[in-house]
Write a protein that binds this ligand. Structure first.
Ligand SMILES: *Cc1c(COP(=O)(O)O)cnc(C)c1O
Length: 408
């Protein structure tokens, strides 16, 4: 048995050596992948401790991705709400439009160190696929992206972007033909080609070491935000809000505040059309403990353990399982979770565009919905920091359609 962490939120102790965050996480994969995951974990531990890797990562995050991202005071939204001062952490300004590039760069550099020549990834909305394709093009690596056939149709523009950057996009016709099925196909490919192939998982999900590794690559969000808010306001924020699909942007912004008990941390899930079976993707609203795609966590499933259908206006939050680290911090009460519905998101998407001149991703808008509610309830001397995980350019067609606006 690995040693128990010395404190429930000891950042150095979680996960344990077998990838557990308390009862969550772990490695639930076929025997054929165990060696690959152990090699990956070992390579990652070595890389993390190597100053050459760390400085190369920093350089590409700056030159290619555009870090550090700004901390932005949302002045008109603050006035509109009449309460706490609202800040956005501008991950939407990163290359390819969202935080996902942080992880893609980190993992590609790791794959290069491991001598892998071929990269595979899954994608739902296409954002992780685009980030991965971009980084693979930059480093001249072969890139195969698995994507559900339904998602390919919904996100045709992102499919074209990936192909422009030299990636092969393989449609998946199994199951619901969406993200979960794309993950299954990617795992199947990895089992077959594990010698020369690295699988870049796109969120803080899956078997160990992925949830830990992906979190670590996104920690830079919270580290920068902490420094920036201290410079701007001379103190830490009162509340930090982030949307939670698999949970990577959220754990990235939260992680370096976990040991600041005065800072409230709030994750926001997709409430879809409301909390009824099949109409949402809020795993903490009716999800149960189970194992999906390598990890033990909260999952939306029926009494027989079949994965429920999920729905959200934002494809990036539309997944039946939540990252295991979130399940842990929710259980011990360190992070709380809320949800935003499609209707709330559509309204706030337009409000933020109009008041701030920033079109947020529909995913990020979930965080803004909750952030605005909280800012309204707080006094003017309080600070609410919202992680703006991505930009909404990818969403404008869908929003136009939902608003009944014809673009031609
Ligand atoms: C993919 C995506 C998300 C959801 O993924 P997490 O791993 O939960 O962060 C959120 N926002 C944007 C803009 C995304 O592209």
């Amino acid at each position: 048995m690995p040693a128990a962490p010395t404190s429930p939120i000891d950042r150095h102790a979680l996960p344990d050596a077998a990838g557990h965050f308390g009862q969550f996480g772990g490695v639930y994969v076929p025997e054929t992948l165990m060696t690959a995951l152990q090699e990956l974990a070992a390579a990652y531990e070595r890389a993390k401790a190597d100053p050459a890797y760390v400085s190369e990562l920093r350089r590409h995050l700056k030159e290619f991705a555009g870090r550090p991202t700004e901390l932005y005071f949302a002045e008109r939204l603050t006035a509109h709400c009449g309460g706490a001062r609202i800040y956005f952490k501008r991950e939407d300004l990163l290359h390819t439009g969202a935080h996902k590039i942080n992880n893609a760069i980190g993992q590609v550099l790791l794959a290069l160190r491991m001598g892998k020549k071929r990269i595979i990834a899954e994608t739902g909305a296409g954002q992780h696929g685009v980030a991965t394709a971009a980084v693979c093009a930059k480093f001249g690596l072969q890139c195969v992206i698995y994507m559900g056939a339904v998602d390919m149709e919904r996100q045709a523009l992102n499919v074209f972007r990936m192909r422009l950057m030299g990636a092969e996009v393989r449609g998946v016709e199994a199951g619901q033909k969406t993200l979960k099925d794309a993950v299954n196909e990617a795992m199947r490919d990895w089992v077959t080609n594990v010698r020369d192939t690295h699988y870049i998982l796109g969120s803080a999900l899956g078997a160990h070491p992925y949830p830990m590794m992906v979190r670590d690559f996104h920690r830079v969000i919270g580290q920068e935000a902490k420094e920036q808010i201290l410079v701007r306001e001379g103190r830490l924020p009162d509340e930090i809000v982030a949307c939670v699909g698999g949970g990577s942007n959220a754990i990235g912004v939260f992680f370096d505040f976990l040991q600041d008990p005065a800072v409230k941390l709030i994750g926001v899930e997709a409430g879809g059309r409301g909390i009824t079976r099949g109409e949402h993707a809020a795993r903490f609203e009716g999800g149960k403990l189970g194992v999906l795609q390598g990890s033990k966590t909260y999952i939306l499933q029926n009494p027989d353990g079949q994965i429920e259908l999920t729905h959200s206006v934002s494809a990036g939050l539309d997944y039946a399982a939540i990252g295991p680290e979130h399940a842990y911090y929710r259980d011990i009460g360190r992070i709380s979770y809320a949800y935003a519905t499609d209707d709330e998101v559509m309204e706030t998407f337009q409000l933020v565009s109009r008041l701030e001149g920033i079109i947020p991703a529909l995913e990020s808008t979930h965080a803004i919905v909750e952030g605005l509610k909280r800012a309204k309830a707080l006094s003017k001397d309080k600070l609410v920091l919202i992680n703006l995980s991505g930009r909404g350019d990818k969403d404008v067609n869908q929003v136009a359609k939902l608003l009944g606006v014809s673009l031609r």
